[in-house]
Design a protein around this ligand. Sequence first.
Ligand SMILES: Cc1cc2nc3c(=O)[nH]c(=O)nc-3n(C[C@H](O)[C@H](O)[C@H](O)COP(=O)(O)OP(=O)(O)OC[C@H]3O[C@@H](n4cnc5c(N)ncnc54)[C@H](O)[C@@H]3O)c2cc1C
Length: 465
Amino acid sequence: MVSYDQIIIGGGLSGLAAGIRLARFGFKVLILEKHTIPGGLNSYYFRQGRLLETGLHAMTNYAPPGSKSAPLNRLFRQLKLSRKKFPTHQQLRSTIYFPDHHTLSFSNDLDLLRREVKRLFPESLDRFNALVELVSSHDPFVDRPWASARDRLAAILDNERLTNMLLWPLMMYGSCNEHDMDFDQFVIMFQAVYLEGFFRPAGTIKDFLDTLLDHYRALGGEIRFRAPVKRFWISGGLVGAVLLESGEEIACRQVISTAGYPATLGFMAGDNAPAEEAARYGGRMSFVEIINVLPAECRKDLRGDETIIFYNLDEPFDYRRPEQAVNVDCGVICFPENFRDLEPGAEFQLRVTHPANYEVWKSFDPVKYAAKKQFWADRSSERVGEIIGNYREKVVYQDVFTPTTIEKFTGKVNGAIYGSPVKLKEGTTPLSNLFVAGTDQGYLGIVGAMLSGVTMVNKHIFKEN
Ligand SMILES: Cc1cc2nc3c(=O)[nH]c(=O)nc-3n(C[C@H](O)[C@H](O)[C@H](O)COP(=O)(O)OP(=O)(O)OC[C@H]3O[C@@H](n4cnc5c(N)ncnc54)[C@H](O)[C@@H]3O)c2cc1C
């Protein structure tokens, strides 16, 4: 039987980062990816000659190359990638949009958000500054029990509208919990979004993934696509080998799974998957994403000078799985071309994300599925049009992906992008040579997923070898 030092399940960003870190130190490592291309949640596909990205609105945790201790630059060092040869484009400005035309804009300079808080909530500025100080000095990676961010914010800010407005982008970009989020997760996201900020790499996500994959292979790492893992062979509390759907068995000393904890529990139990245990770790928050392609000339008619608009028109505000298929009363409007120094093309994209209900999408008759997508895309453009101006008739290409699409292509149970509501911060499992990295370990987003892969390798694999 062929044998490796480590097997990594999943060629998403956490798996690629873990693989690079291991290959860099001479381990014989194999990534098994069930899809035909890398990237997982953050990937791409081609339609009518256009490259469409699945995940990337913006990367979080912006830092200029010189800032040595910044998470982004630490990540690059750990992966032995040159940050200076990684050109980036910072966001222009983003806005949180609530009822009564309450808006708060922010950029990669915290002063803008401070000024905006002072404009809209002058009585709360001192409290907001106290929150920034607390977040700056809080270590969110200590293993502690879940604590309500909402309760902490109520005590610090004493202003429900400000609390909700600050929470909204952080929840949309990283909360696996409904209504609330863990205070440590809040701190990670606050630092990533408001203190460090948004950027995107030059080029497409395909270019970024190609760079990572080439680097991994150049270091001696191996990857197999179309290689879905079915289960583990377990002996004496250790994974001894991994069984693929094809029937092939591959032996290994250690495994890092990035497939999500419910799926990983399934690998442990094989055909006797512990349904109750898996249900405990199944997330409920999923989303639809509508990618609209528009001709450049209609940009002037739209409110289109921001990078991202996080809008919520629901009263009272709540972050939760909707009862119906999609909640178009709230969402994220992203203009992926609106980053500094990007040249406008003949077309531009408008990407819109809304909370969605996995069960409802799953229950749709397959024959009516396409019509349902069109129905909700139309409702979305009507609602979003109220904020940025009407664009519906000008769309030259549109694609919609739903919670079931996410589950199909990434294996995320319930299409839950942010994974399990219970995070395994230590990354350990009942099997002493099996570790979890990625979304269910607790770091979120693209940079977060990569940091998770690297951190789990440093913490568990390097310690034991
Ligand atoms: C619509 C959308 C918008 C987003 N926007 C942003 C954004 O703007 N900024 C940001 O930072 N993040 C964003 N994200 C989130 C970000 O993409 C993810 O947090 C990150 O990519 C997660 O990486 P991961 O490696 O942990 O998991 P995944 O990407 O899920 O990787 C897991 C991999 O495991 C593979 N796999 C699963 N089961 C098996 C199996 N049995 N055998 C073999 N392989 C298997 C999957 O195919 C997948 O490739 C967005 C995500 C989506 C879907």
